[in-house]
Design a protein around this ligand. Structure first.
Ligand code: SF4
Length: 331
């Protein structure tokens, strides 16, 4: 139980009386930001679409001690599957994910988490077929859809609203990354921060929860920028956040900049300081779902010396305890 910020496990237990585990899914989407004519995706995107590691069967031989594998990191083309193949793959992924989570954590409750790529980037009939295919493999406690803030249309909103009768809560995870327009341009996000506010408002009007993703330590950003991004998240009334430390993966533009010495990544000490600063500027009722990236080592160029998640969270908590500071105490 975390005392200095509102942790995710704590939130789930308070609502559902026990931990709910996400089954991360790759439904075969792509991303508008990687389409021809765009900037070639976000500078930090490594072409895995942030899919769950346990769903990437081709990488199962890698361990925590594996070195960075340059060859593997070269962007694999997105496989083009028929809708039928995608639905069938979802069923397999759910079966695999559920048995993995039961075996490792003795999990009892599950949420369907459309995690990889931009999960609203298709016509509504396709989206419905894919979401239905997953939910038919339930029961699921929550439906969680990860997407970009510029990929939320009225049709998508109405479709998602309809799933509120099938699960206890529908969430949309919106990638904001930063509220600074120069940063968004530099990293090639292809959207502005205003569309994030508009999408959050539209989701809330349908009773859909919002979780906001941000990256801390993006090139050129200072604590002033982090504070501004927190104000933006507070203004959007986002119910949850995922905070990622800047990390460099192979096969990305960020890797080229890093290799040329143009950018650096925050050290552990700096990420602790940045995390505290951000937590203090976020409203205290916002659920903090993540505070550190967990990119597998064989895909990670830097940083290579961070401790595992639980050691990082303990260090963060101890530091906040010593300083007597809390989530939201500077809002
Ligand atoms: S929006 Fe997501 S999937 Fe698309 S390029 Fe950026 S990080 Fe990659």
């Amino acid at each position: 139980m975390r005392k200095h910020w509102r942790g995710y496990a704590q939130y789930l237990e308070s609502v559902y009386s026990k931990r709910v585990y996400r089954i991360g899914l790759d439904a075969g989407f792509s991303c508008p930001n990687r389409d021809e004519g765009r900037a070639g995706g976000c500078a930090f995107c490594d072409g895995t679409g942030a899919s769950a590691m346990y769903q990437r069967s081709g990488e199962s031989s890698f361990t925590h001690a594996s070195p960075f594998d340059e060859e593997l990191s070269k962007t694999a083309p997105i496989a083009v599957l028929s809708l039928e193949q995608r639905c069938s793959s979802l069923k397999d992924q759910i079966e695999r994910g559920r048995s993995f989570l039961k075996r490792r954590y003795k999990a009892e409750l599950f949420s369907a988490y459309f995690q990889a790529w931009t999960n609203t980037y298709a016509d509504v009939a396709t989206l419905k077929a894919l979401y239905d295919a997953a939910l038919d493999e339930g029961p699921f406690t929550e439906l969680i859809i990860s997407t970009r803030p510029d990929c939320i249309t009225d049709e998508v909103l109405n479709l998602l609203k309809g799933y509120k009768s099938r699960v206890s809560k529908v969430w949309v995870e919106l990638g904001l990354q930063s509220s600074n327009p120069q940063t968004l341009k530099r990293i090639g996000r292809g959207h502005d921060a205003d569309c994030y506010i508009l999408s959050a408002k539209a989701l809330h009007s349908r009773g859909i929860g919002v979780c906001t993703h941000i990256v801390v330590g993006l090139p050129g950003e200072t604590q002033g920028d982090f504070k501004q991004t927190c104000l933006w998240i507070n203004k959007a009334e986002s119910e949850a956040v995922k905070i990622h430390n800047l990390h460099v993966c192979g096969g990305t533009r960020l890797y080229d900049w890093y290799a040329q010495g143009e950018v650096s990544v925050p050290s552990l000490r700096r990420h602790v300081e940045n995390s505290i600063w951000i937590l203090r500027h976020l409203k205290k009722d916002i659920v903090v779902e993540r505070l550190i990236c967990e990119t597998p080592n064989h895909r990670l160029v830097a940083p290579r010396t961070f401790p595992d998640k639980s050691a990082f969270l303990s260090l963060l908590e101890k530091t906040m305890e010593e300083r007597d500071v809390w989530q939201g105490d500077l809002t």
